[in-house]
Design a protein around this ligand. Sequence first.
Ligand code: ADP
Ligand code: MG
Length: 253
Amino acid sequence: MLTAEDLNSVLNQSLKELHLPTVRACYEKEAQRARQESLGYEHYLAELMELEREERRHRRIERLLRESKLPLEKNLDTFDMKRLPSKVAAQVNALVEGSFVDRTENVLAFGNPGSGKTHLLCAIGHELIQKGRRVLFTACSLLVQEMLIAKQDLRLPRLLKKLSKYDALIVDDIGYVQQNRQEMEVLFILLAERYERGSVMITSNLPFSKWERIFKDPMTTAAAIDRLVHHSVILELNLSSYRLEQSKKSKRG
Ligand code: ADP
Ligand code: MG
């Protein structure tokens, strides 16, 4: 017969080895509660497992959030959905459910500066993370620079592979900075690489009709648009600038 002390040490050792830190931290307190409430063995076990699962889920989401580089404050709680046209609001409600990444669909948000494109895609990104998906947020210009450097160092395939691990890649402000041919090329490679393999979420101030500025020649432009649009949800934010409206409001108020 094991003494209480032996039992604790065996349990501690096992729980350590099995990587169940939450069970290890909680089992004594929970056992006391179970005795008080006359819970059965299975019930006690179920509660401990639930605690471990909950804690793991929590830690995973924190990790995904850190890894995503999403601005924390640009989430759905801080986003005023009432500003959206009802069609876009309905699209967003469907997107936050998350299954579009399983279908590797893309999301393209268009609209003038300040209309909320970046905030909206970030908010969708946050919702995806809450559902346990991997998301990366990056400014298009930064991503392009990173890819160019990788290409110079013959690491572009490795970088593309790293990016392929994300369920959704948010590429903010495509076409915002004029790109040279080399920059355009790596961007095109990325889009081609992700086509039907992973979702891309893009914001742009430029309508498709002006995308030749990004991809330089008509053929490449058509090919890029074709791949992006094939399975996609297009969010048209034909709204006035939120910033402008807020500053007008605060002056009035
Ligand atoms: P865009 O990317 O279209 O230029 P942003 O997403 O950067 O616009 O939005 C500009 C500013 O206005 C940001 O600070 C953003 O948080 C805020 N904003 C825009 N739309 C909304 C909204 N519907 N609800 C709350 N804040 C908004
Ligand atoms: Mg923006």
